[in-house]
Write a protein that binds this ligand. Sequence first.
Ligand code: TRP
Length: 334
Amino acid sequence: MDRPRILSGIQPTGEMHLGNYLGALRLWVDAQYDALPHYCVVDLHSLTVQIDSKHLSKRTLDAVAMLLAIGLDPQHCTIFVQSHVPEHTSLTWILECVATMGELGRMTQFKDKGSSQESVSAGLFTYPVLMAADILLYDANKVPIGDDQRQHLELARRIAGRFNSRFGETFVMPEALVPPVAARVMDLQNPGSKMSKSSESSLGTVFLLDPADVVVSKVKKAVTDSDGTVHYDPENKPGISNLLEILSAITSERPDQLALKYSSYGALKTDVAGAVTDILRPIAERYKELSNEDAYVREVIRNGAMRAREVASVTLARATEAIGLLEPPAVASE
Ligand code: TRP
């Protein structure tokens, strides 16, 4: 069987956390050996909300270093920065003329993010089309994503299908790849919402670079309930169930099975804290080493851009031809 073609993306906005890792990034690492993966730091997507022009380039470098630190190996996958591959914006325009205002207006992420801002950029509205371009340019058939991105992937499929039926088979139909458990790690302080870098209390989010003592104290302070017995019941015991799911994602044991082992919240928290610090330790060590290897990180980015462009330019040419644009004249190489 052909190796699956994978594409996924992460925004370079601030620190990565346990939710990013257990929800999606861990899958990126696992997938690199039996698939052909392209992993993209989506700096253009990060322009759709408040633009932090002072820190963006540094954050992009840090994000690439972090991807290397969690175990991505440039021998096995292509890591690149979205804005270095101009085919993404070219294809986005074409797809914007295929997508409709109606379908973009139905995106819940746009409704959520848009409603909290006084002035909403057009980019925030067309964000999912850029994401569709990311995916379709690499003929990706598998897309590792968190639960919250499913609707965007569904839209990418609709756009691809519509393009193919109007202009001829051009794009591969992508499918979501969601990890079986812990696709949604919840906030430790507010287990009703997803763990996020921008939550109200920083106690609710475990960052991948948090020192061990900070991780332990965040887990110990995680909100539970007054029932006192450990069992898996996301509806009525969201805090405890979240801890069980985190442990389950790390140990691969079912959360309801894990629950049987514990007679107190304290013991569960101790084991969760231990399991989390164990997986974070090597990541922090590697990240620290990479902070002295700037030339290496930049080399990874340069090679990634070259490799990504080779693939993306072929797909873009297929799309421009299908839609009837005049073939561009040959120009002297850059
Ligand atoms: N929108 C995704 C997120 O916020 C990031 C992203 C951009 C992405 N392009 C992508 C994810 C392509 C998967 C595939 O998490």
